[in-house]
Design a protein around this ligand. Structure first.
Ligand SMILES: *Cc1c(COP(=O)(O)O)cnc(C)c1O
Length: 438
């Protein structure tokens, strides 16, 4: 049996950094990434046979827990009938109907393979619909790795402390206007200055790639109001939050709380594919019909709407009824409470932010003093304290995101045994964080 360290060495000789997505390499927390052998429910087992409670949940998709038997069996059944056809299937229509049932504003839906493609296509559509070039995004929001959206992005870009990426033409990001998150006045000012050039505003439904930073009350609705006044589109990126923060995503969660607004386009990913490579964009029919073959905005994909991916997504959503979301909400509150108690006991200053059942912690006195409502405040957290906390938790059998700029994910399978492991690990990890903060 190879150790994680041996596997990492071997991987690094043939794969850049040994990983296919940067944050997995543990660059910011150091140490050796766990090579995963299998997963079930709330648990992961690494190559050495060590078991962990998983709070990454494949960065969100594992809403029902890993390897849910009914989802796995639906995929196995589909696999026996063919892996890919490059032709339409009834399952795609079924999943589009399920998305539309949950988010009626997604009148039409197009499936792609990654969230990156979904947001890339959404901005192409916004540009095609308006004949304008400029896209507004917010600092610390992450929308995948397409050129135009890699400016002051969250997630792995934030973890690596990069302003953007090499290899992106200056001309491309020149059409991307980056504004501070949760700052309505900055958005008003940008539109007052350049409103006629702006094709659309893209925003995470709740920011969750700089840690979880929910929108201030009224912020998302203000984006809708301002874009509408200037003939620009609003793209609500629900790749992470969609079908996780509630049956109808974070948009549905806000609607329920009385904050209603109507984006032109939504992007979905993660949960919508139930752990398989699948993402989607949806929106008003007249905008969506601008996509080829009905319209002039080109978009395509050999594996788009793949039969295994769409059945995994469809079965996941069919199993994710209101009861699942209610349990997730209750569980999230319980786990956050346990976390807060132990951090307090150890004397660690902290903020726990949440957006419905999604949450994350910011350690250090700056967040504890000022809260965390934007990227500048998220960056003021004590990353070294998180590193110490992360490794102590990992050593005690809890797999947290290997970066302080990521959300924590629970699933419907996180039971009392999982909570026990989490609670038992916390005191030592909180003391480790306290030691760093001093
Ligand atoms: C994960 C994510 C993306 C990118 O999705 P990929 O499938 O990784 O390309 C886009 N937007 C948000 C909000 C995300 O969290």
């Amino acid at each position: 049996m190879s150790s994680n360290a041996e596997l990492f060495d071997e991987a690094r000789s043939v794969i850049p950094g040994g990983v296919d997505s940067p944050v997995r390499a543990y660059g910011s927390v150091g140490g050796v990434p766990r090579f995963i052998q299998r997963a079930a429910g709330p648990w992961l087992w690494d190559a050495e046979g060590t078991r962990y409670v998983d709070l990454v949940c494949t960065w969100g998709p594992a809403l029902l827990g890993h390897a849910h038997p009914e989802v796995v069996s639906a995929v196995q059944d589909a696999a026996s009938r063919g892996l890919s056809f490059g032709a339409p299937t009834a399952t795609e229509t079924g999943l589009a109907e399920e998305v539309n049932r949950r988010v009626p504003l997604a009148e039409k839906v197009r499936f792609v393979s990654t969230g990156t493609e979904a947001t890339m296509t959404a901005i192409r559509l916004a540009r095609g619909a308006t004949g304008r070039d400029v896209i507004v995004k917010f600092a610390g929001n992450y929308h995948g790795h397409s050129d135009a959206l890699l400016a002051e992005a969250g997630s792995g870009v934030a973890t690596a402390g990069l302003p953007g990426s090499a290899g992106v033409p200056a001309a491309t990001t020149a059409s991307t206007l980056v504004l501070p998150y949760n700052d309505e006045a900055a958005l008003e000012a940008a539109f007052a200055a350049r409103g006629e050039e702006i094709a659309g505003v893209i925003v995470e439904a709740s920011a969750a790639n700089m840690g979880v930073v929910p929108p201030r009350p009224g912020f998302n609705a203000a984006i809708r109001r301002i874009t509408a006044e200037h003939g620009a589109l609003m793209i609500l990126d629900e790749v992470l939050t969609g079908f996780r923060c509630g049956p109808s995503g974070f948009w549905g969660f806000q609607q329920q709380r009385g904050e209603s607004y109507e984006p032109d386009l939504f992007t979905f990913g993660k949960v919508v594919g139930g752990g398989m490579p699948l993402a989607a964009l949806g929106g008003r029919a007249e905008v969506m019909d601008l996509l080829a073959p009905t319209g002039p905005v080109y978009q395509a994909g050999t594996l788009s709407g793949n039969p295994l991916a769409t059945i995994a997504g469809l079965r996941t959503l069919q199993l994710a009824g209101d009861d699942v979301y209610q349990r997730l909400d209750d569980r999230s509150e319980q786990w956050r409470q346990v976390l807060a108690e132990q951090l307090e006991r150890a004397g660690v200053p902290f903020v726990i932010n949440n957006a419905s059942n999604l949450f994350s912690v910011f350690l250090g006195s700056a967040p504890a003093r000022d809260g965390v409502a934007d990227y500048a405040q998220a960056k003021a957290q004590n990353a070294e304290a998180y590193t110490a906390f992360f490794h102590a938790m990992l050593d005690a059998g809890v797999n947290l995101p290997p970066s302080c700029f990521e959300a924590w994910f629970l699933s419907d399978a996180h039971d009392e045994e999982a909570l026990d492991v989490f609670s038992t690990a916390l005191p030592g990890a909180c003391r480790a964080a306290a030691k760093v903060i001093g």
